[in-house]
Ligand binder design. Structure first.
Ligand code: AP5
Ligand code: MG
Length: 196
């Protein structure tokens, strides 16, 4: 099963991905987590990405492709995965299509989680105040930048995927259980017998 999760910052992609990968028994590939880990370890890539991430900008495609490409080559990715936060640009989506075509495979489902901007701002601002070690990208100056980049760079992917009929849109407002069940319904709808 190959699934892509698209949604603005704070939509709940990470929260729902954790539950979904446990249910589907596939690896959770979050480019945000990979980049935060590289940053924490102080790798060459992490040092380049750090200031870009901290101000709420998108990390350039070649760096993201490098870190994800390495992860996709690991043996546990052979039978599918859930991509959380990738692709985020049309260029990244085209690279993913090329990767899938080279493997002779395709995406089963692209889930768009939609949430209005005021709710996103509220969730991210709360998280910034509540965490002992808050994410720099959740600071008040970076949040509008992240949301605006999502609308300009990532939202066009929704039309991109609609053309190939794999897109399912899910309302991201509600309890975490309600949203999880909406997502499962979409996955069953798009994969039929193949999903659990
Ligand atoms: P990334 O880590 O992907 O962050 P993001 O998508 O911007 O935002 P979040 O991960 O915070 O949102 P989420 O949708 O996962 O929500 P979550 O479940 O956490 O990326 C970080 C940075 O890395 C980017 O800004 C960029 O610089 C770089 N990057 C990553 N990938 C890249 C790429 N492909 N290309 C270029 N750059 C890239 O939930 C958020 C909060 O809401 C939590 O507190 C949660 O508890 C709460 N919440 C969740 N669900 C609900 C609910 N139903 N009701 C109420 N609250 C809820
Ligand atoms: Mg996340």
């Amino acid at each position: 099963m190959r699934i892509v999760f698209i949604g603005p910052p704070g939509a709940g992609k990470g929260t729902q991905s954790v539950r979904l990968v446990e249910y589907l028994e596939i690896p959770h590939l979050s480019t945000g987590e990979m980049l935060r880990d590289a940053k924490k370890r102080g790798t060459e890539l992490g040092l380049i990405a750090a200031p870009i991430m901290d101000r709420g900008d998108l990390v350039p495609d070649p760096l993201v492709l490098k870190i994800l490409g390495k992860r996709l080559h690991e043996p546990d990715c052979g039978n599918g995965w859930l991509l959380d936060g990738f692709p985020r640009t049309i260029g990244q989506a085209q690279s993913l299509d090329q990767y899938l075509a080279d493997k002779g495979t395709s995406l089963n489902c692209v889930i768009e989680l939609f949430v209005p901007d005021d709710e996103l701002q509220q969730r991210l601002a709360n998280r910034y105040l509540q965490l002992e070690n808050p994410r720099p990208e959740d600071q008040p100056e970076a949040i509008p930048r992240r949301i605006s980049l999502y609308r300009s760079q990532t939202e066009p992917l929704i039309e991109y995927y609609r053309q190939s009929d794999v897109l399912r849109s899910v309302d991201g407002i509600g309890t975490m259980d309600e949203i999880f069940h909406r997502i499962l319904d979409c996955i069953h709808d798009s994969t039929g017998e193949n999903a659990k």
